[in-house]
Ligand binder design. Structure first.
Ligand SMILES: *Cc1c(COP(=O)(O)O)cnc(C)c1O
Length: 880
């Protein structure tokens, strides 16, 4: 531990301080002062600050964890002498036990303190619970913990002196302050004067004092209230014009989003005071917003550090010479109440707003955000104690109803983007607006300080939106995570240190791939061993009777041959696909060809009647208009189960917006039409989309179709389609095929009478294929670097078609250090000809390098085209 701290100290990532002051203020919270090894850390840090920086060190501590709550319970139950006696025993034991853990004689070290505690609990003032008694009692926790700390560090040979914070922090009375606030929620003077500082300089150079407490105007004890100890440290830092204030806590710092909701949230290494204030105010709990002001006013840097991870860089909050624009964080607050007020009076009625706001003032409610239109004013209310009582809202509405039509919208959440220069970034935020567009947005507010943009949405949706919004902010470049001075590691990387990525086939085949690229790019390369691995994983699903491969994903003859050998049938969506499979696989066993077209013509169905084993119909039209084609046949009926799923709106194939499938409402009409011509509905089919990650989906679909089948009577098999997701991006998990197998087995147990079919495409081929392309140009324009390739949307349509994200690596320079973010673009004259936006590639990426576009084996070559009269990519098979 000591070494880690020492190494952390050597890499101090603080800007040099302008302050000539020798003082450094360190603050430790409850969990940081309740264990012996944490006190060792405190001692190590004090020594290091003094030795390495020649500094003087003031340590501010909280009470042992839980103690302040215990003391508060003594106040709440001051009328119960038995409780107070028990409380005293509990507090004694807690501190004596910890003294013993520290190897101290607690009875001696704490004698005076414990006597004072006992005295206070018997003090006659407890009967009236006067505020000065409450303050004195609450102060005992910090007085005890600081006394123990000084004794322990002295026993370890560190000469630290104990300082009574009340001798140095003085409460300032504020106008209109209640008697309670003047004693139990005070603010202190933090300007100080030369005399104060001269007096302080006579103290020894290593000090420990208490957070949370100060001197009241009458000389008694006062409490700082919310943000307690952090604010004490900030006050001391400001008074001393300290080199810096270090807040040691149990989280690594401030993050670009709440890490519990967004594991990819990035540690914010550096922030300006205003940004930190805004983040703290709009949701983050790491630092109380109150403690930023004193440091900001006196230009003292604030540094948040993690006691449990002293080698992490933490978050440094300071003044910045050149403020950087960009979104730094996205935060949420719940419990927001909106009040929407519609004017019923005349347009431009004078005094309307004044009347409205008078009502809020009368009910003691503070307004946070406001938006107005010609006839409507909507405001949000800060969550406050006052509001918890819903009578206040009712009373407010009753008053407002006299001047306007009023509507209360609750519960809501405010989602806030924080960062400098929000206005200049609006154009980049289109995807963010689109994402919000799917929800009900009640209000949008942009602060006049250009530091925040807030969306108010229904509570509940905010939490689910966060990961998507965070990812979109990075993708669109609004959150410049490549600025490594500002954005540190992700929470995921901190919490679960990197596990080695599985090695892809192409990593092992790099030399061969580079040779292949030399023979001509762009080129698709398919790796048959990977294809077979996927095919066997899928074939391991015991509940399946038949498995078909969706040929449209990749129709290369070698792919079809390999899959036929693995026992797959083939699902074709056009007559040419059927004919291609027949030509390629001349000895395909019977029953293996399935035709599932969309809006096929009569002629196409007629052709398929001859070559396919199974014909799928998904509307009434063919049955009614071309009955002679289907009379007497066993048919597959494709159902639209009423919803679609998938990785993008364009791949969802169910629901009213989709052209596929027979609506459930029309099933009985179809059954009747089939009966009339003597056709039999032997198979029910549904395929609701592609890129579905939920392994439970297909079993649910099976159950849904089984119910439909029960009503038809002739059904023997149910085909639940394909659409299994594959990991396209770094960090995405492999599809959970075992979970799929288990869910299907369970579904089959319930409906053993229906055989189960599936028809995956990409799951089999996507990871087996890569696209190789060569760098044509590297161009910087207006702050954006573009890497040009000889392959674009002509070779791989997925990014342009579905905003698909493919990992791209520079095969020529594996392992070289990454440069700033770049866009990777193709040679096609279309603005959507972008293969990837804002991705990292080696800094030295240059003309002639071979880039590899990963996971391109499905929906790659099959969609390639001759647009701009360019040649199709080559296709190459690797079977080693
Ligand atoms: C495209 C398609 C599939 C395969 O989808 P994947 O996402 O590649 O698994 C399966 N069934 C039908 C009807 C399809 O159109």
């Amino acid at each position: 531990m000591g070494n880690r701290i020492a190494s952390a100290l050597n890499s101090l990532s603080m800007p040099p301080s302008a302050s000539p002051s020798p003082w450094i203020v360190l603050k430790f919270g409850g969990t940081s002062v309740s264990q012996r090894h944490r006190w060792d850390t405190i001692g190590t840090l004090m020594r290091a600050r003094a030795a390495d920086e020649g500094g003087k060190v003031l340590v501010v501590v909280s009470a042992l964890s839980g103690v302040t709550n215990l003391l508060q319970s003594g106040i709440d139950r001051a009328d119960s002498p038995p409780y107070l006696a028990e409380l005293l025993a509990q507090l004694r034991a807690r501190h004596l036990d910890f003294a013993a853990e520290l190897g101290l004689d607690g009875e001696t070290v704490l004698a005076g303190r414990l006597a004072e505690l006992q005295h206070l609990l018997h003090d006659p003032r407890r009967d009236t619970r006067v505020f000065h008694w409450q303050a004195e009692l609450l102060a005992q926790g910090e007085l005890l913990s600081s006394t123990l700390g000084v004794a322990y560090l002295a026993s370890q040979g560190l000469p630290v002196a104990w300082l009574d914070a009340r001798d140095w922090l003085t409460a300032v009375p504020l106008p209109n302050q209640s008697a309670w606030a003047a004693r139990l929620s005070v603010s202190c003077d933090y300007a100080g004067d030369a005399a104060w500082r001269a007096r302080f300089e006579s103290n020894p150079p290593l000090l420990i004092t208490q957070g949370f407490i100060a001197r009241a105007a009458d000389g008694g004890t006062a409490i700082l209230g919310r943000g307690g100890s952090d604010t004490s440290a900030a006050y001391f830092g400001a008074l001393l014009r300290a080199r810096r204030v270090e807040i040691w806590t149990d989280v690594p710092g401030m993050f670009s989003a709440n890490p519990r909701a967004v594991p990819d949230a990035r540690l914010l290494s550096r922030l300006e005071y205003q940004e930190a204030q805004e983040i703290a105010t709009t949701g983050a709990k790491v630092l109380h917003p109150r403690c930023i002001h004193p440091c900001r006013d006196m230009n003292v840097p604030l540094w948040i550090r993690d006691t449990g991870r002293p080698d992490m860089p933490g978050t440094c909050i300071s003044r910045s010479a050149e403020p950087q624009t960009g979104v730094k964080a996205i935060s949420t607050r719940s419990g927001i109440v909106l009040v929407s007020m519609e004017s019923i009076g005349m347009w431009q009625q004078v005094g309307f707003l004044a009347d409205l706001f008078a009502c809020f003032k009368d009910h003691g409610l503070s307004v946070d955000m406001i938006s107005t239109s010609e006839t409507n004013v909507t405001v949000s209310l800060d969550p406050s104690d006052n509001l918890m009582n819903s009578n206040v809202l009712d009373a407010l509405c009753a008053d407002l109803a006299k001047v306007c039509r009023v509507k209360v919208i609750t519960p809501c959440s405010a989602v806030t983007l924080v960062g400098r220069g929000m206005r200049s970034m609006l154009d980049r935020l289109t995807e963010i607006w689109a994402e919000f567009g799917r929800e009900r947005v009640h209000m949008v507010s942009q602060s006049s300080n250009d530091l925040n943009l807030t969306f108010v949405v229904d509570e509940g949706v905010a939490h689910d939106l966060l990961p998507t919004l965070h990812a979109l902010l990075i993708e669109c470049g609004a959150m410049p995570v490549e600025q490594s001075a500002v954005f540190g590691p992700s929470w995921r990387a901190i919490a679960e240190p990197a596990v080695a990525e599985p090695v892809s086939w192409w990593q092992a085949a790099r030399e061969a791939l580079l040779q292949e690229a030399a023979a001509g790019t762009p080129a698709y390369v398919y790796h048959l061993p990977t294809l077979r691995r996927q095919a066997r994983a899928f074939a391991g699903i015991d509940a399946l009777e038949r498995r078909f491969y969706a040929v449209k994903a990749n129709a290369h003859p070698a792919v079809l041959t390999a899959l036929a050998e693995e026992g797959f049938g083939f699902e074709c969506v056009s007559l040419p696909e059927l004919q291609h499979v027949r030509r390629t696989l001349s000895d395909l066993p019977a029953g293996r060809l399935l035709f599932t077209p969309s809006f096929a013509s009569r002629a196409e169905y007629a052709g398929a009647c001859d070559s396919a084993d199974w014909l799928t119909l998904d509307s009434l039209y063919p049955l009614r208009h071309w009955p002679e084609l289907f009379a007497g046949r066993r048919l597959v009926l494709r159902i639209d189960p009423g919803y679609g799923l998938g990785h993008h709106a364009h791949v969802k194939t169910g629901g009213p917006e989709a052209k596929f499938g027979l609506a459930l409402d029309d099933v009985s009409a179809f059954v009747e039409a089939a009966r009339v011509i003597g056709a039999e509905i032997a198979v029910l089919h549904a395929h609701v989309g592609s890129g579905v990650q939920d392994a439970g989906h297909w079993a649910q679909l099976f159950a849904q179709l089984a119910h439909v089948a029960d009503g038809i009577g002739t059904v023997a098999a149910i085909n639940v389609g394909g659409g299994l997701a594959v990991p396209y991006r770094d960090g995405e998990a492999e599809f959970d095929i075992a979970a799929l197998a288990a869910a299907l087995a369970e579904a089959r147990r319930q409906w053993p009478q229906y055989a189960l079919w599936m028809e995956p495409g990409r799951y089999l081929t996507a990871q087996a294929g890569v696209l190789l392309a060569r760098v044509s140009q590297v161009v910087d324009k207006l702050g954006v670097r573009r890497i040009g390739l000889d392959a674009g949307m002509n070779a791989l349509m997925r990014p342009a078609l579905y905003q698909a994200k493919h990992r791209i690596v520079n095969l020529s320079r594996i392992g070289d250090a990454d440069g700033p973010r770049v866009d990777v673009v193709g040679p096609i004259c279309e603005s959507t000809d972008v293969l990837a936006r804002q991705v990292t590639l080696p800094a030295d990426t240059a003309e002639g390098d071979v880039l590899l576009i990963d996971t391109a084996g499905a929906y790659g070559f099959v969609m390639a085209n001759h647009y701009n009269l360019r040649d199709l990519p080559r296709e190459v098979i690797f079977d080693v």
